[in-house]
Design a binder for this molecule. Structure first.
Ligand code: IMP
Ligand code: MG
Length: 171
């Protein structure tokens, strides 16, 4: 395994994102929607850095099976309970890879007529951003190809507990 971000670098990234979110949302009381399971650590740190009135909800999707290969089939497992009609919604993702999950979630939530819908992701794949630089509104860091784990992000349900962020090496 190769470490790509130390916990200190992660913290700096979260602080930078939180400052932008605070500046943009001011007193709008946004609803931050964490995409489970991967985003739970990031969201927990993010809301405390944002440190202004907001609401939190979660939805659960599953696109990966036990290993590293995406099934390409995004399964919607659990929905939010908040009525987001007229609300400012910020989707919070751990890592955006192909963008497929994000696309599906966006389309699903936009039907409920939120006042606004934006995306905050701790990480996004460089290859995706090359083709779609605006895929994520609030982006922490871009990452090269390679399976990422740690800071809530798993591989087959392992490694979520790691404070740093790592890339699994082949083999
Ligand atoms: P998508 O390809 O953008 O749809 O990514 C699907 C989901 O897979 C994301 O919500 C992530 O939680 C997860 N994912 C994508 N890339 C990685 C990775 O490198 N490690 C662990 N999870 C990942
Ligand atoms: Mg995710």
């Amino acid at each position: 395994m190769k470490r790509i971000l130390s916990s200190r670098q992660v913290r700096n990234t979260v602080e930078r994102l939180a400052a932008r979110i605070r500046a943009d949302y001011g007193d709008k009381r946004p609803v931050l929607v964490g995409v489970l399971k991967g985003a739970f650590v990031f969201l927990a740190d993010l809301i405390r850095e944002v440190n202004m009135p907001l609401e939190v909800d979660f939805l659960t999707v599953s696109s990966y099976g036990p290993g590293q290969a995406s099934s390409g089939n995004v399964q919607f497992v659990h929905d939010i309970t908040t009525d987001i009609g007229g609300r400012h919604v910020l989707l919070v993702e751990d890592i955006v890879d192909s963008g497929l999950t994000l696309d599906k979630l966006r389309r699903r939530l936009i039907r409920r007529s939120p006042a606004s819908l934006r995306v905050c992701a701790l990480l996004a794949r460089r290859s995706l951003l090359a083709g779609d630089p605006d895929a994520v509104d609030y982006l922490g860091r871009s990452v090269p190809d390679g399976f990422v784990v740690g800071y809530g992000i798993d591989c087959g349900e392992d490694y979520r507990y790691l404070p740093d962020i790592w890339v699994l090496e082949d083999g």
